[in-house]
Design a protein around this ligand. Structure first.
Ligand code: AMP
Length: 365
């Protein structure tokens, strides 16, 4: 961001990436009187319909990136796998957060080392760059475990679960740097989502309990229950130290496993996060709005939870075709559909947040 004065209404925010996170960021930005310009390679760029302008160009197209940047007063991203070469071709004074966060988060090994220095606990892991490394990692880390590509994974893609050494015989090193990590026996998963302003002010949302299927988040609920509540303090400390160490500005997410040994760090996302979608209706200020506020130099909004119970469920694949039926439900279902053209199996098409002033026990659940 050029200077530290707040960006006035009518300024232009550039968003790298064209998915649903970009779409919801743009919707929040437009509400605050900003213009948005998106940039992503050709594809089903659902952020485009929420942006004033959208560049469909490759990450290697420096002329298009320069034309995009020339329209922007600040540039952020909705997707942590934007190639660094593309990010670094944009004038550094426009980029918020600092791309240092991308450098750390784009490689699972870097990310684990970074948080370990801040005293976070991780599952045992080893870098794997060959079949021999893989054999050594199986021996030292043991089974069950997960082989994950070090880079470019998301929603459980680029991961191979290995229940036993016998099963590992069928898995070959996939030819790109990986990490093999021990399977964590967790009670539940949760994330810490925070917003940090340029002056160092940090606000955190309550942590939901998150459920994944096949490596992809499907469900987040609040209250998260006593296990998460007893571990969230330690996890928040790590998250805040991470944000400060990166001099981060914007919304940052750290995912944890809640275990009998306390919180174990899983991964970080230097961006808004699926497990924070409930904050749009469920918190005083949603994650998308606070990211926009932070990167534009506006004061952060409060992050307090506004309901006694909140349930966010992703709408995946063909379920989206009948999603409007949700609107006939009693209560307060808040439906978000992302406008994706093709309802492929396993594809996040939308989400619904159900809020209630009653706790789950008062509801008889
Ligand atoms: P990731 O892409 O690393 O966040 O993994 C996606 C999901 O897979 C996590 O949210 C967990 O549900 C599961 N998972 C990943 N790594 C582990 C692990 N070491 N132990 C147990 N479950 C894991």
């Amino acid at each position: 961001m050029a200077g530290t004065a707040p960006l006035p209404p009518g300024s232009t925010i550039g968003i790298l990436g064209g998915g649903q996170l970009g779409r919801m960021l743009a919707m929040a930005a437009v509400q605050l009187g900003y213009r948005c310009v998106g940039y992503a390679p050709a594809g089903d760029n659902v952020a485009a319909s929420a942006c004033d302008d959208f560049f469909e160009n490759g990450w290697g197209d420096n002329a298009a990136l320069a034309a995009f940047a020339s329209q922007c007063d600040v540039v952020t991203w909705e997707f942590e796998n934007v190639p660094l070469s593309a990010v670094e071709s944009i004038p550094a004074n426009l980029l918020v957060p600092d791309p240092k966060a991308l450098k750390v988060a784009q490689d699972r090994l870097n990310e684990k080392r970074f948080v370990e220095e801040l005293r976070a606990k991780c599952a045992p892991y080893m870098r794997v760059e060959s079949d021999d490394d893989f054999a050594r990692a199986l021996e030292r880390v043991g089974t069950p475990g997960i082989l994950k590509t070090a880079r470019d994974g998301y929603d459980g893609k680029g991961q191979w679960r290995i229940a036993s050494v016998h099963e590992a015989e069928g898995v070959r090193f996939p030819g790109q740097a990986c990490i093999y990590e021990g399977m964590v026996n967790f009670e539940t998963e949760f994330s810490v989502i925070l917003a940090r302003a340029a002056d160092g002010t940090v606000r955190m949302w309550d942590s939901s309990a998150n459920t994944h299927e096949g490596g992809m988040l499907v469900h987040s609920v609040l209250p998260a229950g006593p296990v998460v509540e007893s571990q969230v303090g330690a996890a928040r400390e790590i998250a805040e130290k991470t944000a400060n160490a990166l001099n981060y500005v914007g919304v940052l997410t750290l995912e944890f496993f809640a275990t009998a040994q306390g919180p174990i760090f899983n991964e970080m996302a230097p961006r808004v996060h699926n497990s924070g979608h409930w904050t749009i209706e469920g918190a005083a200020t949603g994650q998308f709005e606070n990211h926009i506020r932070a990167i534009c130099g506006l004061p952060l909004g409060g992050t307090e939870t506004r309901f006694a119970s909140i349930d966010m469920r992703n709408i995946v694949g063909e379920d989206a075709l009948s999603a409007h039926e949700i609107l006939a439900e009693d209560g307060e279902p808040h439906l978000h559909l992302y406008g994706k053209r093709e309802a492929r199996a396993g594809r996040k098409m939308g989400h619904v947040t159900r809020v209630s002033h009653k706790t789950p026990s008062q509801d008889g659940a």
